[in-house]
Design a binder for this molecule. Structure first.
Ligand code: UDP
Length: 329
């Protein structure tokens, strides 16, 4: 298939592009490189630098290629930032998706995969969280993804555009080739921050609260390996001919912040210094995905289900790329 991947130079997008290219698909990456890295793009993919904000260039892109499917990752993605700058999210994230959808409709492209989020579940009634859980966006970021899911619902009804929305929990780890991994200009995620302590780039990791109602008092999250997440995109794309679908996507297992630190100590052999800090605003105690629907309907199985494997692949990337993509931006 000829597939457009927006945001294919970013952390998750670049790993999906890797899996698509390795599976023999033809991939065009469209990315403005505001947070992504040119060097993250698989060498077999065509790269077009551009911005979804610019509707004319999006249309040109569709004029120049005959796409059969679109995977949409390009987006602002930080919960905290969205609370400080809501218009970037409720405005740009949504209007950029609309530019993309309009070009798809005008060019008769009928398959779409959305990178959605567990931030839709701010007040879960059951754990693990399955697709029946009520939607309570936790931030303008989550709301922007929910609005796009609703746009897709109408695109399907009116134009027959088939979509899958994959609501990710905590994407983590790095390509087993160690050619690509996580490299954010301002890192906020737990696993890369812990590994930066192991590398000696940071003095210690701050544990955001140890008084939660969990066995060790620290927050529990569902970490899913980024290449497993990528495989789910490929399976979802193949299933679209049988109709649109929405899945929660995680490992189905929860690990506490302390579990992650202990695992990183075992993997790296480094003594990782910690300190207890205040709770981070908006952090729920436990978030675990119910991914049974995805497993049952698409036969998805994680290859890197064990936290140790997830952390080990991340460590291999950070150890071999201590400055991320560095000068190869
Ligand atoms: N966390 C932490 N210290 C940090 C960064 C994160 O204790 O420096 C905790 C955070 O409170 C959450 C978990 O680690 O419980 C995962 O956070 P991350 O930002 O990686 O992902 P999120 O769950 O926000 O998507």
């Amino acid at each position: 298939m000829n597939i457009l991947v927006t945001g294919g130079a970013g952390y998750i997008g670049s790993h999906v592009v890797e899996e698509l290219c390795e599976a023999g698909e033809t991939v065009v990456v469209f990315d403005n490189l505001s947070t992504g890295h040119r060097a993250a793009v698989h060498p077999k993919a065509e790269f077009v630098q551009g911005d979804l904000k610019d509707a004319a260039s999006v249309n040109r892109l569709f004029d120049d290629h005959h796409f059969e499917a679109v995977m949409h990752f390009a987006s602002y993605t930080l919960v905290g930032e969205s609370m400080a700058q809501p218009f970037m999210y409720l405005g740009d994230n949504v209007s950029n998706a609309l530019n993309l959808l309009r070009a798809m409709v005008e060019h008769d492209v009928k398959r779409f995969i959305l990178s959605s989020t567990a931030n839709l579940f701010d007040d879960p009634q059951r754990m693990p969280i399955d697709e029946q859980e009520r939607i309570v966006p936790g931030s303008p970021y989550g709301e922007s993804k929910f609005i796009i899911e609703r746009l897709l619902h109408w695109m399907d009804r009116i134009y027959g555009l088939r979509f899958a929305a994959l609501r990710y929990f905590n994407a983590a780890g790095a390509s087993p080739t160690a050619d690509r991994g996580e490299d954010h200009a301002v890192e906020t995620h737990l696993i890369p921050l812990i590994l930066k302590v192991a590398l000696g780039q940071r003095a210690r990791i701050t544990i955001f609260g140890n008084d939660y109602a969990t066995p060790d008092g620290t927050c529990i999250r569902d970490y899913i390996h980024v290449n497993d997440l990528a495989q789910a995109h490929i399976l979802a794309l193949k299933a679209l001919d049988r109709g649109s679908r929405i899945y929660n996507l995680g490992n189905g297992q929860g690990y506490s912040v302390k579990d992650v630190i202990d695992t990183a100590r075992a993997v790296t052999g480094c003594d990782i210094a910690t300190e207890i800090g205040a709770r981070r605003a908006g952090d729920p105690a436990i978030l675990i995905a119910g991914s049974d629907t995805l497993k049952r309907e698409l036969g998805w199985q994680p290859r890197f289900a064990a936290l140790r494997d997830i952390v080990a692949t991340a460590w291999e990337w950070h150890r071999t790329h201590p400055n991320g993509y560095g000068l190869d931006q």
